[in-house]
Design a binder for this molecule. Structure first.
Ligand SMILES: [Fe+2]
Ligand SMILES: [Fe+2]
Length: 193
């Protein structure tokens, strides 16, 4: 098993997923009238973009190649639900997805074989995630349809988790996840030999 290859795919996958999370939340700012919600969304979007940058730095520091990712982690949810159509749907989805991220990052960061730069990035993001979960949960408490929508996303979350679990140690085999350039393949193969 090529663990370096799997790490390269994992970190590139997370880099791209954080960026897409940022873009989704950033687009919501234009829909809200409330200054406090606009501020929370802007901060949240900016922190997800910062997370993407942090993963990009870790990838560089570990001398892992860039891998083009064609499917964010979130896109697997949208296969089941379709794209969220309102601020309420986006934030219900975000809440369930970020609970999963928090749990995954907590377990993955405990891996003793994880290189130190990656470990530091996980720790930072686990910390930031608490605020993300906090403000969204608070906002959702005042929304009448939130419980039903979250239950639906929760069901999808379990399906996606079970769908992706068999690929944990070889993410590059997830159909359509990304495209490894010849240069990247060469670099990963050389590192493995
Ligand atoms: Fe994040
Ligand atoms: Fe987050």
């Amino acid at each position: 098993m090529n663990t370096n290859r799997n790490l390269a795919w994992r970190l590139n996958w997370y880099r791209q997923s954080e960026l897409e999370g940022s873009l989704l939340l950033g687009r919501m700012v234009g829909l809200v009238e409330d200054q406090h919600v606009a501020h929370c969304l802007t901060t949240h979007a900016a922190e997800e973009a910062e997370h993407s940058r942090l993963w990009a730095e870790v990838i560089k520091e570990l001398e892992l190649p860039h891998i083009r990712i064609l499917r964010s982690y979130q896109s697997f949810y949208l296969n089941h639900s379709g794209p969220p159509k309102s601020l309420l749907e986006v934030l219900c989805f975000t809440q369930i997805f970020e609970r999963r991220v928090h749990a995954r990052f907590t377990s993955e960061s405990a891996d003793p074989n994880l290189p130190e730069p990656a470990h530091r990035a996980y720790e930072r993001m686990i910390e930031d995630e608490k605020d993300h979960l906090g403000w969204v949960a608070h906002w959702l408490r005042g929304q009448p349809d939130a419980v039903r929508l979250m239950q639906n996303y929760q069901k999808i979350d379990h399906e996606v988790f079970n769908q992706l679990l068999p690929y944990e140690q070889h993410l590059y085999d997830i159909p359509g996840l990304g495209k490894e350039s010849d240069i990247a393949a060469c670099q990963l193969h050389a590192a493995h030999d």
